[in-house]
Structures are given as structure tokens and as C-alpha cells.
Design a protein around this ligand. Structure first.
Ligand SMILES: C[S@@+](CC[C@H](N)C(=O)[O-])C[C@H]1O[C@@H](n2cnc3c(N)ncnc32)[C@H](O)[C@@H]1O
Length: 313
């Protein structure tokens, strides 16, 4: 099956231009995937640089590690969810010149139907990035209360008639568990009829976000990522969904906003952060043509002042 996705790293030229990894710098890639961004960043930092790559998916981590085995850079590969930052990092290496996150699913997840991310093939309804932990999509559909399912389909999938879908899921699971992608598609078809192909992407997206706690993970990254920057460091986040981009935009805006006296409006504290992307950076028409996955990508980045001092080492 030819994937709608390719292995081309999304917004790569823009990431390199804006995050500008330089010779001898340290880079943390919290979503290593197949190592596409990583390789380009490593080429820039060269043999005197340092690289750490994380991925929640141990298969992707292994593939990336294999494809990067020739790199002449001190590197560490860690099977971890970025929800566990900073504890998952080596204690003596917890600040970086460049941090990159390219969140969401990788081409492998879509290309391998056995992972359950695609509704195009019948397979176990798994949808976990990390198959060593957490509940599968099937387990969540079996156990979550209807109101949680309803808010997930509404909020993460922006699904019309979400209540009818949840009612149908509750009815069917009372009879037998929904264990496979094909069984979920049948339930959806019973509710949405000929509109099923239009809503399946939204339904699988909502379930994936729920299974992998993607928004909580992103909130954590936004809270912790800036504190992992060295003075002069840059943090870039590529998101693929308006819900995610909204979180990134608001968090970054908060970080670059000066604290002001509520009465006088006079600045109380200068912020050490600067936006590197006053507007979200989107892929060019040529990139979207080459790689349809990039279509909804959106990069935002900020930097920490080189003059910033703290008690961190
Ligand atoms: C879009 S792909 C990254 C592609 C990569 N930039 C490249 O060029 O090959 C996203 C990767 O992040 C991983 N991932 C998603 N959420 C994660 C999380 N919270 N913690 C760690 N890895 C995560 C997925 O398993 C997937 O491999």
C-alpha cells in the first residue's frame, strides 16, 4: 500500500533556518520518529555537538537509531514519552541549545495497519504510540463513561452528532466488545451511513488523541520545554491540529509577554523569551505537493535570551 505520507521531515528547511543548530551545539529531539529532522540537525552540529533523541514508540526509536548509527556525534537514544521530561534525561544533560518536537503520528503508524491507526484496514483497535504501556483504543471504548467519550469526540474530533455515535458505542459494547478497527467502522456506518468516509478521520483522530493523552503531553512539554533551554537556546514545535496549535500559540505568547503592574500598567519584569515566529510557519505549496502530510503542519518557535542567567548549571 502506498502511504499518503512520506518519510520527508516536515518543514525541515524552515526548522533549520529558524532553530539554526550550529557546530558544537546540543540538540534534544523529543519526537525522534524515523530520525529525519534528527539527521539534518546532527549534520549541522557536527562531531563536537551532542544529540539526545526520545520516542514513545520503541519500534520507531530502534529504526531511527539504526538509520543514525553512522553519525559522528555523541548521541543518546531514550525510549520515553516526553510527558516524563526532564526525569527521563541523563542527570548531567538537562539543558540544550535546540529542542525540537514534531508531534503526532509518524508515517510508520499509518503504513502498518496492525497498529490500528488506520480505518482503511481491519486490525486490532490499538492506536498506542507506546505499546508497552497504557490502554488501547479498544480498552478505552469498553471502559470509558459515555460523557468522557462524548467530550473526546466533540473536542478532539470536532465531530457532528457525537452523541448518536456514543449512544451506538454504548449499545454495541453492551452486547460485545469493539475490538477491531473494522468493528468500529461498522458502528460508525450504522450512525453516519453514506457520510461515514467523511467522519472516520475525525473519529480515529479523536480516539488517537485520547489513547495517547496527546494534549496532556503537549501541555507538559510547553510547561517544561522552555526550562530545558540553555541561554540563547531555541525551542520549536510542529503541530498538525488547530487544538494543538492553539495550546502552543497561547503558551508561547504567555512566555514572551512582560509582566505588568495591574494598576499602573508599567512593566514589572522583562521576559527572557523572544518569539522566533511572529506568525505560525506553514509549509510551501511545493512541500504540500511533495508530501501531503505536511498540509496541516504549523511551526512555532521561541528563544531564550543569551544573557539569561539562573542557578541552573
Ligand atoms: C511526526 S513523527 C516525528 C518524525 C520525525 N521528526 C522525523 O523526521 O522522522 C512523531 C513521533 O513522535 C512520537 N511521539 C508522539 N507523541 C510522543 C510523546 N508524547 N512522547 C514521545 N514521543 C512521541 C511518535 O511515536 C512518532 O514516532
Amino acid at each position: 500500500m502506498k502511504s499518503m505520507f512520506t518519510h520527508e521531515p516536515v518543514l525541515l528547511a524552515e526548522c533549520l533556518r529558524i532553530l539554526n543548530p550550529e557546530s558544537g551545539e546540543s540538540v534534544l529531539d523529543v519526537t525522534l520518529g524515523l530520525g529525519g529532522h534528527a539527521r539534518a540537525f546532527i549534520d549541522r552540529i557536527g562531531p563536537t555537538g551532542r544529540f539526545i533523541g526520545l520516542d514513545a514508540d520503541s519500534d520507531n526509536l530502534r529504526l531511527a537509531q539504526e538509520s543514525l548509527k553512522d553519525i559522528p556525534v555523541a548521541s543518546t537514544f531514550i525510549h520515553a514519552n516526553f510527558l516524563s521530561l526532564p526525569d527521563c534525561l541523563p542527570e548531567d544533560r538537562r539543558t540544550f541549545d535546540v529542542i525540537i518536537a514534531d508531534i503526532g503520528l509518524s508515517s510508520v503508524h499509518v503504513d502498518d495497519p496492525s497498529r490500528g491507526f488506520t480505518f482503511r484496514k481491519d486490525a486490532p483497535l490499538d492506536l498506542r504510540f507506546d505499546r508497552t504501556t497504557g490502554m488501547t483504543g479498544a480498552a478505552l471504548l469498553a471502559s470509558l463513561d459515555p460523557s468522557t467519550l462524548l467530550s473526546a469526540f466533540r473536542e478532539y474530533g470536532e465531530l457532528p452528532r457525537a452523541r448518536s455515535l456514543v449512544d451506538a458505542i454504548v449499545r454495541v459494547r453492551g452486547d460485545h466488545p469493539i475490538l477491531r478497527t473494522g468493528e468500529l467502522v461498522d458502528v460508525v456506518r450504522g450512525v453516519f451511513g453514506y457520510k461515514t468516509p467523511d467522519v472516520l478521520p475525525q473519529i480515529f483522530q479523536a480516539l488517537r488523541i485520547l489513547v495517547n493523552q496527546e494534549l496532556s503531553a503537549l501541555r507538559h512539554l510547553l510547561a517544561i520545554g522552555p526550562s530545558l533551554l540553555k541561554p540563547g537556546g531555541r525551542l520549536g514545535i510542529i503541530s498538525f491540529h488547530s487544538l494543538e496549535d492553539r495550546l502552543v500559540k497561547h503558551a508561547f505568547r504567555g512566555l514572551v509577554t512582560e509582566t505588568k503592574d495591574v494598576v499602573t500598567g508599567a512593566p514589572i519584569a522583562k521576559t527572557p523569551f523572544t518569539l522566533l515566529t511572529p506568525k505560525a510557519v506553514r509549509p510551501s505549496a511545493q512541500e504540500v505537493k511533495r508530501n501531503s502530510r505536511s498540509r496541516s503542519a504549523c511551526l512555532r518557535a521561541l528563544s531564550l535570551s543569551p544573557l539569561y542567567t539562573s542557578r541552573r548549571t
